[in-house]
Ligand binder design. Structure first.
Ligand code: SF4
Ligand code: SF4
Length: 159
């Protein structure tokens, strides 16, 4: 008998339990970077400026439970929002699952280790500028949050 497939291959986002949904986040922190939207063209640009609650080393929110109260424009992801928003990075597990793709080798649910998201170069660790130091966000436009890092593609799947 073949082993039971993991939940993210079997269930759509809308059918996941809360625990499954939360575990899907790889902890990369890419969605917590400020983004700029061109008013005329609607074009999106990522910046390397971190939300004031993002810890640039652990890549975790410093007050996840109260994030909406402290940062009103923090977007709480839901299955509907995942389908509608255009700024989730291509490595984001919610986006991958919504697009019918599998999780990569470095995702903690696959590797069994939270560190692999950093080892693969997917997380924002060491790459961000704190909001209070950034001044003009336009000076901090970067493209890497919209791409897969080479280390995330090339290594063989662990385990
Ligand atoms: S980009 Fe996706 S996987 Fe990464 S921290 Fe944000 S929600 Fe989690
Ligand atoms: S409040 Fe927390 S979860 Fe929301 S964008 Fe900021 S760091 Fe990320």
């Amino acid at each position: 008998m073949s082993p039971t497939p993991p939940f993210w291959r079997e269930k759509p986002l809308s059918a996941m339990s809360r625990a499954e949904w939360e575990s899907l986040c790889d902890g990369c922190g890419r969605c917590c970077l400020h983004k700029l939207r061109d008013e005329d063209t609607d074009r999106l640009a990522y910046t390397n400026v971190a939300c004031r609650l993002l810890d640039g080393d652990t890549c975790q929110c410093k007050d996840y439970a109260n994030r909406k109260a402290r940062v009103p424009d923090c977007v709480k992801l839901t299955p509907k929002r995942v389908a509608a928003i255009d700024w989730l990075p291509p490595t984001c597990a919610y986006r991958l699952v919504a697009e019918g793709k599998d999780l990569p080798w470095w995702h903690p649910l696959v590797s069994g280790r939270a560190e692999t998201v950093h080892e693969a170069g997917v997380s924002v660790r060491g790459l961000t500028v704190p909001e209070r130091e950034a001044e003009d966000f336009e000076d901090h436009v970067v493209t890497w949050p919209g791409r897969w890092p080479p280390g995330a593609r090339n290594r063989r799947r662990a385990g």
